[in-house]
Design a protein around this ligand. Structure first.
Ligand code: SAM
Ligand code: DTB
Ligand code: SF4
Length: 329
């Protein structure tokens, strides 16, 4: 029996003690073995034909003081973007209502801030309350939070907070210099401790190595509680940003990254996030086969384009996939 014919050990045990060599070995498995293993793990906790859909809205756009090398919203780069102040609550609720009518179950509001001001939080809390009243789950991503701000969001009923690690700790300083990896871990701990669900993932295709991808996944899977949502973004290259022109990542490596996220974090919603606009339907189908069971849905991400909703609906129909579901099956 050759190595790849050996029966695979499939365990969906929730572990927090993964080792780097194990993650690297998973990433390097023969593709068919990796997908088989991911699919087996996936089926332990989730309906394999159900995908959760979230819609995004940029509630405050551009003019950000940070220097994240991928981001068109940084004030430091010359991207073709019109900055916009924090939106009024009623305009946000109108967008949420539309997202709901199109089938989104979660509404994610993103702001281009290093960290919010206390007075901003008051308005964001009103948005959260209004979106919840529409019967949708809420998520916000506002940058770094203080204890007080975190508690205000929790008291306002927020369901999820998105804060990404983006990449490995080693590669991080190549991408961002204006805040540290530890800053991000601190915010994530605050959110977790306040009892808000955590949405945390990263971006691949930024010129990182395979070890960086392994270390990012390891960091996520080593958290005392795995993030309920794990967005895996493919870099969206935007003109004017430092990472524009980065060599494209092999799509198969992207699918492998999704599969390993699924194996390491069996109960988490792994989200096929930014970058779908540049992916074929077949590649997206492979990502779902590898264990992705959530997407951003709606014609726009924050500032860049996402596939049209009718295209996504057609793809779901072709795949026999239904929309729905929350964090845990
Ligand atoms: N300003 C807040 C922050 O950085 O935490 C919240 C908004 S920020 C735009 C949210 C996340 O979007 C980033 O952490 C990053 O992972 C992702 N993102 C931003 N630009 C991207 C791009 N061009 N391609 C892929 N993901 C991107
Ligand atoms: C996440 O991981 N990806 C989303 C959301 N969380 C906030 C953002 C993607 C942004 C892509 C670039 C843009 O549209 O500005
Ligand atoms: Fe600002 Fe967030 Fe963009 Fe970084 S990712 S530049 S913090 S909006």
């Amino acid at each position: 029996m050759s190595a790849s014919q050996k029966p695979l050990e499939t365990s969906a045990t929730i572990r927090h003690d993964w080792q780097l060599h194990e993650v690297e070995a998973l990433l390097a498995l023969p593709f068919n073995d990796l997908i088989f293993q991911a699919q087996n793990v996936h089926r332990v906790y989730f309906d394999p034909n159900e995908i959760q859909v979230s819609s995004l809205l940029s509630i405050k756009t551009g003019s950000c003081s940070e220097d994240c090398g991928y981001c068109p919203q940084s004030a430091r780069y010359d991207s073709d973007l019109t900055p916009e102040a924090l939106m009024p609550v009623d305009a946000v609720l109108k967008a949420a209502q539309q997202a709901k009518e199109q089938g989104a179950s979660r509404f994610c509001m993103g702001a281009a801030w290093r960290s919010p001001k206390d007075r901003d939080i008051e308005r964001v809390v009103e948005m959260v309350q209004g979106v919840k009243a529409l019967g949708m789950e809420t998520c916000v991503t506002l940058g770094m939070l203080s204890d007080k701000q975190t508690q205000a969001l929790k008291d306002g009923g927020l369901d999820y907070y998105n804060h990404n690690l983006d990449t490995s700790e080693d590669y991080y300083s190549e991408i961002i210099t204006t805040r540290t990896y530890q800053d991000r871990l601190d915010t994530l701990e605050r959110v977790r401790d306040a009892g808000i669900n955590v949405c945390c993932g990263g971006i691949v295709g930024m010129g990182e190595s395979q070890v960086d991808r392994a270390k990012l996944l390891l960091q996520l899977a080593s958290m005392p509680k795995h993030p309920e949502s794990v967005p895996i973004n493919m870099l969206v290259q935007v003109e004017g940003t430092p990472l524009n022109g980065t060599e494209a990542l092999d799509p198969i490596v992207f699918v492998r990254t999704i599969a390993v996220a699924r194996i390491l974090m069996p109960q988490s919603r792994v989200r096929l996030s930014a970058g779908r606009k540049n992916m074929s339907d077949e590649m997206q189908a492979l990502c779902f086969l590898a264990g992705a069971n959530s997407i951003f849905y709606g014609d726009k991400l924050l500032t860049t384009d996402n596939p049209m909703t009718n295209h996504d609906q057609q793809l779901f129909d072709r795949l026999g996939v239904k929309m729905g579901g929350s964090s845990y099956a």
